[in-house]
Design a protein around this ligand. Structure first.
Ligand SMILES: Cc1nc(NNC(=O)[C@H](CC2CCCC2)CN(O)CO)c(F)c(N2CCN3CCOC[C@@H]3C2)n1
Ligand code: NI
Length: 183
């Protein structure tokens, strides 16, 4: 199982390296990595397991964070309608997006960042995404709200981008026009 000790922290070069496309069919190793990443999120959201293994809560986890340069990440969260969104996205892409942006009013954090960094992280409010499932099926879906934010946070990791790269240094809480707050 993935533990906090397996999650690399800022300063590790893999967090700043672009991950490579995954080839299909997935190797047994890649399939296990995908399953383990999703399981980490499920475990981290279970109070007993999270406490027992000292896991930081997560709704997303990218392969870079467990020192793997494969273009895949896991998401496990509820959307605004209480629907469970739980999947591993392989070779994910944003195919279109809204002009409008959004941001989490309390800012973002990251399992690979052991410090709080204040500021608004602006992201597209609505996105249409495409990705492959671990079974090799192509999925296309529209996301908004926290799922959209999380998808973009994870896709950034696959491109070596950290959330704080998107915080305005001069004015971390700058209010961009055409943006709607989340939370
Ligand atoms: C917003 C939030 N971020 C949590 N952590 N950070 C993460 O997931 C990082 C990724 C998120 C940061 C902003 C968008 C994506 C991890 N990142 O580094 C991966 O790249 C949470 F844990 C969390 N929730 C709310 C829902 N709750 C349900 C019950 O269980 C606890 C859970 C806690 N919401
Ligand atoms: Ni992160």
């Amino acid at each position: 199982m993935i533990l906090m000790e397996h999650i690399i922290r800022e300063g590790h070069p893999t967090l700043r390296t672009r991950a490579e496309e995954v080839t299909f069919p997935l190797s047994a190793e890649d399939r296990k990595l995908a399953d383990d990443m999703l399981q980490y999120l499920i475990n981290s959201q279970n109070p007993e397991i999270a406490e027992k293994y000292n896991l930081r809560g997560g709704i997303g986890l990218a392969a870079n964070q467990v020192n793997s340069l494969k273009r895949m990440f896991a998401l496990h969260l509820e959307d605004e309608n209480g629907e469970l969104i739980s999947f591993v996205a392989v070779n994910p892409k944003i195919v279109s997006h809204s002009v409008e942006q959004t941001y989490i009013t309390s800012g973002e954090g990251c399992l690979s960042v052991d410090r709080a960094i204040p500021g608004y992280v602006y992201r597209y409010a609505r996105i249409t995404v495409k990705f492959m499932t671990v079974d090799g099926e192509e999925k296309k879906m529209r996301l908004s709200g926290l799922p959209a934010i999380a998808f973009q946070h994870e896709l950034d990791h696959l491109n070596g981008v950290m959330f704080y790269d998107r915080i305005d240094e001069k004015d971390p809480f700058v209010q961009l026009e055409n943006s709607i707050p989340f939370g």
